[in-house]
Design a protein around this ligand. Structure first.
Ligand SMILES: C[S@@+](CC[C@H](N)C(=O)[O-])C[C@H]1O[C@@H](n2cnc3c(N)ncnc32)[C@H](O)[C@@H]1O
Length: 232
């Protein structure tokens, strides 16, 4: 999917209650955040964090509340998603530690290097492998040497049969908790067409090619996998 088209999808998703739609699978997100907090907990009190594809801000809000002196830059191309993120940060009294950049990473002004970056459920939408590597390279360029990337993506399995089986369970979970059967069918088609669900070994290769050392997988919840890796 082209960038503009994807941005429109997220503008519309936001208008139709993105956060509410995902609230029923909140335990998956909570597990991810809990572990990200642990992965990043040895950064200093004055850490600066880059949140790429921050969406409505769940990871930013979690980390800002858990680490009360950290500062954040949220990068998000969808204005409605970023507005929700900003509003939540204001309501929670953390907006004074945040900068909100509407757009992509390449248009963010150059400043001090970041200590860590998050990219949660973003790179999966970049179908072209070179472009996906470039996405991670762009993050690496903004981090200090040794800075940490935390990345999560929907991914497939090494074996097609295992993937089909897990995907079945994933959609049953969605149907039980979140979506109507029609919406599930739409999501299934979108997964096939618009989302690059790759086997984990390939995601690791792409992150590494973007300038990161030995990504470590620290979580799997259904189709979501998450890795951390240090900038080379
Ligand atoms: C599935 S949402 C995830 C949002 C948030 N990280 C979360 O975990 O809830 C993906 C977000 O990435 C944004 N996005 C898509 N492509 C992007 C890109 N190339 N760079 C930055 N953000 C992007 C979308 O606008 C959307 O808000």
């Amino acid at each position: 999917m082209e960038r503009e088209e994807l941005q429109k999808v997220f503008d519309e998703k936001c208008a139709s209650g993105y956060d509410q739609q995902w609230s029923k699978i909140a335990p998956l997100r909570e597990a991810l955040h809990l572990l990200i907090g642990a992965v990043l907990s040895d950064l200093g009190d004055d850490a600066r964090i880059l949140c790429v594809g921050a969406g409505t801000g769940p990871e930013l809000i979690y980390l800002a509340e858990r680490f009360p002196a950290w500062r954040f830059v949220a990068v998000e191309p969808s204005a409605p998603m970023l507005d929700v993120c900003r509003r939540k940060a204001e309501e929670r009294g953390i907006a004074n530690r945040c900068e909100f950049h509407e757009g992509y990473l390449e248009s963010l002004r150059r400043g001090d290097a970041f200590d860590a970056a998050t990219s949660l459920l973003v790179s999966q939408f970049i179908l072209d492998r070179e472009a996906r590597t470039g996405f991670f390279r762009g993050i690496a360029e903004r981090l200090r040497p040794g800075g940490v990337l935390v990345n999560a993506d929907l991914s497939s399995e090494a074996s097609p049969a295992a993937y089909e089986s897990l995907r079945g369970a994933w959609f049953r979970m969605m149907q039980d908790g979140v979506l109507t059967p029609e919406a599930i069918e739409k999501m299934r088609a979108a997964h096939d067409r618009d989302v690059a669900l790759l086997p984990p070994v390939e995601v690791v290769e792409i992150i590494s090619a973007g300038g990161f050392e030995s990504p470590v997988q620290f979580l799997q919840t259904g189709l979501i996998r998450a890795w951390y890796a240090r900038r080379v």
